[in-house]
Design a protein. Structure first.
Length: 142
């Protein structure tokens, strides 16, 4: 059962963008604690070394899991909830890397949760298909 409606979180996130930086960050950090309750997609194991970029520069980390809506990256870098990132993801099942943008929606002691910005149904279906094929190939290899 969802404890918090997606619409409420979207509305509060929009409100946060209009606040002074300190208040904005406080509200975004609070909203980030609600995100586990509103996940809509199944997570799959995805352990890849990643290089990615944000406004503060280039970063590295290890992806831990992925879904059609986001991924978790273990990284020593410090990020703010609401910060944008640019990702280049590779999959055994896809001939070309996927360029995606996302937003930090959660941060922990070990890393960050990213929600992909692409929301078109075709993009979600494409990523779902790539992830499913990736998992099938990995199972055949093992």
């Amino acid at each position: 059962m969802k404890l918090v409606s997606d619409n409420i979180i979207e509305t509060l996130t929009d409100i946060a963008q209009q606040l002074p930086d300190e208040k904005k960050q406080q509200l975004l950090d609070l909203l980030a604690t609600w995100t586990p309750d509103v996940r809509n997609a199944t997570r799959e194991s995805y352990t890849e070394l990643l290089n990615f970029e944000s406004k503060s520069g280039s970063h590295f980390g290890h992806a831990r899991d992925i879904s059609s809506t986001g991924l978790f990256i273990e990284t020593p870098a410090d990020f703010d909830v609401g910060e944008s990132v640019n990702l280049l993801l590779t999959f055994i099942s896809a001939p070309n890397p996927l360029k995606l943008t996302g937003t930090v929606v959660r941060k922990t002691d070990v890393g960050i949760g990213i929600q992909f910005d692409e929301t078109s149904q075709s993009q979600v279906n494409n990523l779902d298909s790539i992830i499913s094929n990736h998992i099938l190939i990995l199972r055949q290899i093992r």
